[in-house]
Design a protein around this ligand. Structure first.
Ligand SMILES: [Zn+2]
Length: 169
């Protein structure tokens, strides 16, 4: 398993020095620790889940968003195992599963589907040249979005580190 904290730490509930440091440095959130524990509890003994990967998790207004390993969506959603249900029960909210991508454009496209961006451009903001993605979505497609523009920006930031500015036009 590749979880935000070590499988051993998720099993015992006591974090080692390395995991504690990751938490202190803000690389791992409380939500991600709770999820790691729940995942180990639910599927830790299931061989089929030995390579399961949780990259990041983001709490949204109406859902918990999980960024999981490539080609793992079906594994997470397997109705016989009920992993998504266990997470949904524990956090009292919907669960949205997205497969990881290194490409912010691809991530944006997955997040806003079925809407399609008019334009995604990368700009560099002075004075430090921080990356920002400017995402233009056709105004008439705004109601197709599952996330608010603030949520989209938050997801992009926590998954890729890049800032985002979303406009509807
Ligand atoms: Zn650890």
């Amino acid at each position: 398993m590749k979880l935000p904290i070590d499988q051993m730490c998720a099993t015992t509930g006591t974090l080692c020095a390395k995991c504690q440091r990751a938490v202190r440095e803000g690389k791992v959130s409380k939500l991600e620790i709770d999820l790691s524990k729940l995942i180990v509890k639910t599927v830790g003994k299931n061989r089929k889940y030995k390579d399961i990967t949780l990259k990041r998790a983001v709490r949204l207004r109406a859902a918990v968003l999980l960024i999981v390993g490539k080609n793992q969506k079906d594994l997470w959603k397997d109705p016989n195992v009920g992993l998504v249900n266990a997470i949904s029960d524990k956090f009292g909210t919907d669960v949205v599963i997205l497969e990881e991508t290194k490409n912010p454009r691809h991530l944006v496209e997955m997040l806003i589907t079925p809407a399609t961006p008019k334009e995604i451009t990368k700009v560099f903001i002075p004075p430090f040249g921080e990356e920002e993605y400017v995402i233009k979505i056709p105004k008439e497609q705004e109601q197709l979005l599952r996330f608010t523009s603030e949520e989209l920006a938050e997801i992009l930031k926590s998954v890729t580190g890049a800032s985002a500015y979303i406009s509807f036009e």
